[in-house]
Design a binder for this molecule. Structure first.
Ligand SMILES: [Zn+2]
Length: 133
C-alpha cells in the first residue's frame, strides 16, 4: 500500500522540507499536497520540493484562544499570510514576533518581509511556521 500523502508531508516537515505536488497537466503547484491539482483537478501530479522562501504579506494575532488545545503551549502567537516564491499562498504561525500592536503595525508599514520556514514540534506534531529572515 502506498504511504499516505499526509504522512509523507509531515515526515518531510520534520526534515525541514516543504513538499507539495506539481501537476503534470497544468504545472500548478498544490501545497500542502492533496490527491488532485487545486487548479485543474488532475490526479496526475508528482512530488515537488518547495524552496520555503517567501514574503510575509499579512500578520496579525487572534483575540480568541487557539482553535486547537495543542497550540495552547505556544500561545499567544502571531499568524500570517505568506506567498512562497513558487507563487503558492500559505497561512501559518509566525515565530519570533511580539504580538503587541506597535510591532504588528510596524510589519504592516514595512510592507512584504522575507520569511523562511521554522518547523515547530507541537504536542508531537510537526507544524509549519515561518520566521522573519
Ligand atoms: Zn493541474
Amino acid at each position: 500500500m502506498a504511504e499516505s500523502i499526509v504522512k509523507q508531508y509531515y515526515d518531510a516537515l520534520g526534515k525541514e522540507k516543504l513538499l507539495g505536488k506539481k501537476c503534470n497537466k497544468c504545472s500548478a503547484i498544490t501545497f500542502p499536497p492533496t490527491t488532485a491539482c487545486l487548479e485543474c483537478g488532475s490526479p496526475d501530479q508528482d512530488w515537488y520540493e518547495l524552496s520555503g522562501k517567501g514574503q510575509l504579506l499579512f500578520i496579525s494575532h487572534g483575540m480568541a484562544p487557539p482553535p486547537n488545545p495543542r497550540f495552547a503551549e505556544i500561545a499567544p502567537y502571531a499568524y500570517g499570510h505568506i506567498q512562497l516564491e513558487e507563487g503558492v499562498f500559505v497561512q501559518a504561525i509566525i515565530t519570533g514576533v511580539s504580538i503587541d500592536p506597535d510591532t504588528l503595525r510596524g510589519y504592516y508599514e514595512r510592507g512584504p518581509v522575507a520569511v523562511s520556514p521554522d518547523i515547530l514540534e507541537v504536542a508531537g506534531l510537526n507544524v509549519l511556521a515561518f520566521k522573519v529572515a
